[in-house]
Each structure stands twice: as structure tokens, then as C-alpha cells.
Ligand binder design. Structure first.
Ligand SMILES: [Zn+2]
Length: 285
């Protein structure tokens, strides 16, 4: 599909679609990379996702990043916090490192003007107590202009939150406007059948108004089936959610005008094919 047509279809359907893009060489290149895939939104890491260490982003690069956001008409930006964070841990050292890390990531997001910061908040066997602890910690951050989003997990290990009820529980405890990043792969792998039982699942998301707290969707297919509890992303339509599941999502007005972000395998290589598949599923043409 040519670029004009693609943008037109996305706008007509009020859908904002992007993917996770690299910050290699320089973070200020991310908006251009996103634009090359016809994205009007994107996600990045503001530091290494597998290390505690970081190098502060220079004022010059912050300036260039912001200029490029304007230049390439990027509507919303998302950052993903490091995978090492665990606010549910009983290990004091790991907890302190996690707090220090997120403090920096919040600061970097504010400097860059990033809208949302997605966090895998942590894991613990004692789920209820741990969710309370996690939210107490998240509430202690001064987030300024960035919104913290808690991402749902596939239920692997004791990662939190997995169920709609757990997501609601956590959001209800937030006093600094935390929201949810809903990963379709994790949601399906946990056991929510967005392929064959979509209306019912959405009804459950809506019943306690949780749907209003979903500010970002991670648009990933799943390499493993419903209830597998496995977190392995697949390209759009090639996994167990399949084109049928993505057709449900992309034609759902509940997900209008929020970043729908792909984190699909070999991102750059497959983004344009994935994006075309998604746009072709839109019924409002
Ligand atoms: Zn994530």
C-alpha cells in the first residue's frame, strides 16, 4: 500500500500505529526511523534495557530529538523502562536499584517530552501484598509530564499484573495517574481470548472502566496458544491471535487515537508488512 493511502486509512479509522524503534548511534534519530515505516507514534528505550548503567542524554541531543518529533509529525511517544526493574522484590538491593533507575528514566522522559513510560512493575509470590507495595513505590515518584503505565504480563513466573482484576486493583491504588499498557500477546497468552471471545473480554475490560486507563496497546501476535502463560511475540497474523484477533482489535473504537505499538520479532525487517496487514483488516474503507 502506498504511503498516502496508508496514512489516509489510518486517519479515517482514528488509529495511531507505530513500533519499537532503535536509538542506536543517537536517540535523536528515532523519530526519522519511525517515519521511515510510516509510523505516527513510536516506542524507544531511553537507556539500555538490560543494564543499570546509563549515560545522560546531552542537551544537544534532547533538542534534536524534540525538533525531529515535530519535523516527522509524530503524535505520541512512548518509552519502555529497563527489564531489570522489580518493585515486587524482597531483595533490598534490587529494589533500591529499581527505584534509582526509574527515577532517572522519568527524568529522561520529561527532558525528551515523552508522553508515556511503560514499566513491567515486578514479581512476587505474595501477589496482593506485592501489588500494594509496588503501587506505594510508583506513587512516590514525581512523574511531572510523563504518565507511568503498568504493563500486563503473560502470567509467566509471578509477574504482575496478569488479570483484569489485578490491573484494576493496581490502578485504583494509584494517586499519580498511572495507567495501563495492554500487551495483546501477554493478554491472550494469559487466557483472555481476544480471537474467539472478543466481545466478552472487552465487556470485562469495560465493566469497571479499566478500558479508560489503557493508554497504550502493545500490538503483538503470540507464538504460543491461549493459556500458555508464555511471553513470546510473533509477527501480526502469524501467531495464535491471528488476523481474526487483530481484526477485532483494529476495528474496536475503544482503541482509537492511542499509540498501538508493535514489538514484533526482527522489528525493522517486518514492520511494513505488519502495518500493511493491519490496515488491510480495517473495515471502514
Ligand atoms: Zn513490555
Amino acid at each position: 500500500m502506498n504511503m498516502m493511502k496508508l496514512r489516509y486509512e489510518l486517519e479515517k479509522n482514528n488509529k495511531m500505529i507505530g513500533g519499537h524503534v532503535s536509538i542506536a548511534e543517537n536517540i535523536s534519530k528515532a523519530p526519522e526511523r519511525a517515519n521511515n515505516f510510516q509510523f505516527d507514534t513510536f516506542q524507544i528505550f531511553v537507556k539500555s534495557n538490560m543494564q543499570w548503567n546509563y549515560k545522560k542524554i546531552s542537551d544537544d541531543n534532547i533538542k534534536k530529538f524534540k525538533e525531529n518529533i515535530k519535523k516527522y509529525n509524530i503524535k505520541k511517544t512512548v518509552a519502555h523502562a529497563t527489564y531489570l526493574i522489580n518493585f515486587g522484590t524482597d531483595n533490598k538491593l534490587l529494589l533500591d536499584k529499581s527505584i534509582e533507575d526509574l527515577k532517572y528514566e522519568i527524568e529522561a522522559c520529561n527532558e525528551l517530552g515523552i508522553n508515556y513510560l511503560v514499566v513491567h512493575p515486578g514479581s512476587n509470590k505474595d501477589r496482593t501484598k506485592s501489588m500494594k507495595n509496588i503501587m506505594e513505590i510508583l506513587n512516590s515518584f514525581d512523574t511531572k509530564n510523563v504518565e507511568l503505565l503498568v504493563e500486563n504480563s503473560s502470567g509467566k513466573g509471578n509477574t504482575l499484573p496478569s488479570t483484569i482484576e489485578e490491573m484494576e486493583y493496581m490502578i485504583d491504588l494509584s494517586d499519580n495517574n498511572a495507567g495501563i499498557c495492554l500487551d495483546t500477546c501477554h493478554f491472550f497468552a494469559y487466557g483472555y481470548d481476544i480471537k474467539n471471545d472478543y466481545d466478552n473480554v472487552i465487556y470485562n475490560l469495560k465493566s469497571d472502566n479499566l478500558i479508560k486507563s489503557i493508554k497504550v496497546v502493545h500490538l503483538n501476535d503470540s507464538m504460543f496458544d491461549l493459556n500458555s502463560k508464555k511471553d513470546r511475540h510473533e509477527n501480526i497474523g502469524n501467531g495464535f491471535i491471528g488476523l481474526k484477533g487483530f481484526s477485532n482489535i483494529i476495528n474496536d473504537n475503544n482503541f482509537n487515537n492511542i499509540p498501538l505499538i508493535m514489538e514484533t520479532p526482527e522489528g525493522d525487517k517486518n514492520y511494513s508488512e505488519n502495518l500493511n496487514k493491519i490496515v488491510n483488516l480495517m473495515v471502514n474503507k
